[in-house]
Write a protein that binds this ligand. Structure first.
Ligand code: 13P
Length: 249
């Protein structure tokens, strides 16, 4: 049985004051939950997350990471720096990074590898655009994104990682994938991994992301290959985020 994970991706939102309220409320609300919970604030607030959440059941992580170990890479942040601030997770390949910052499959795989070298659990984001779905290319796109990591890091690397299926058309749109649509892609991802290693496929957590709300989380998380969620907008409202965590419980 895979333990569910609910991770909040705050994207470029928040302030010290807002985060303090959000983190305190989340911290107070997670007691006794049986799922894993994590928040991913912007880089400058990782220290705040660390000081607020250390010793609690809530983990924290970053939204991206450099593929490099260190060096002259202005504005980049390395995986060891994230580890220094107690990060457990880091998102790699979020569709906003792929679409707006030109992150390729090869680059995402390098970031994935860098994260693991520092002992972090990468959350590999994959997903198709609406045009790709309508062209019947969903599996093709998602497999290409997944295979790039498997080729670079090996199938066993997925034991220490999480995959998040986030259809681009469902992110921030209020249009969620139907539970059946989500399940179909999650099952396809798991089969793809199982074709190489059944053991890895069995333990791999595959999260769904894209307009998850308290009202639709139950049906989504009820699908057998949906192991939790990667939450954007609803992660910024403590009671919504906690309600989603309770569903995953
Ligand atoms: P929304 O939940 O706001 O659709 O965002 C999903 C997402 O991109 C999480 O990484």
């Amino acid at each position: 049985m895979r333990k569910k994970l609910v991770a909040g991706n705050w994207k470029m939102h928040g302030s010290l004051a807002q985060n303090a309220m959000l983190l305190d409320a989340i911290k107070a609300g997670v007691d006794g939950l049986g799922c894993d919970v994590a928040v991913c604030p912007p880089y400058p607030y990782l220290a705040q997350a660390q000081s607020t959440l250390s010793g609690t059941a809530v983990a924290w992580g970053a939204q991206s990471v450099s593929e490099h170990v260190d060096g002259a890479f202005t504005a980049e942040v390395s995986a060891t720096m994230l580890a220094d601030f107690g990060c457990r997770y880091v998102l790699v390949g979020h569709s906003e990074r792929r679409a707006m910052y030109g992150e390729t499959d090869v680059l995402v795989a390098a970031k994935f590898a860098a994260a693991q070298r520092a002992g972090l659990l990468p959350i590999l984001c994959v997903g198709e655009t609406l045009a790709e779905r309508e062209a019947g290319m969903t599996d093709l796109v998602v497999f290409r994104q997944l295979d790039a990591v498997v080729e670079a890091c090996g199938i066993q690397a997925l034991r220490e990682a999480v995959v998040a299926y986030e259809p681009v058309w469902a992110i921030g749109t209020g249009v969620t994938a139907s539970p059946a649509q989500a399940q179909e892609v999650h099952a396809a991802i798991r089969s793809r991994v199982a074709a190489v290693d059944g053991g890895v496929a069995g333990v791999l957590r595959i999260l769904y992301g894209g307009s998850v709300k308290p009202q639709n989380a139950e049906e989504l998380f009820g699908q057998c290959d949906v192991d939790g969620g990667l939450i954007g907008g609803a992660a910024l409202v403590a009671e919504d985020f906690l309600a989603i965590c309770r569903v995953a419980n």
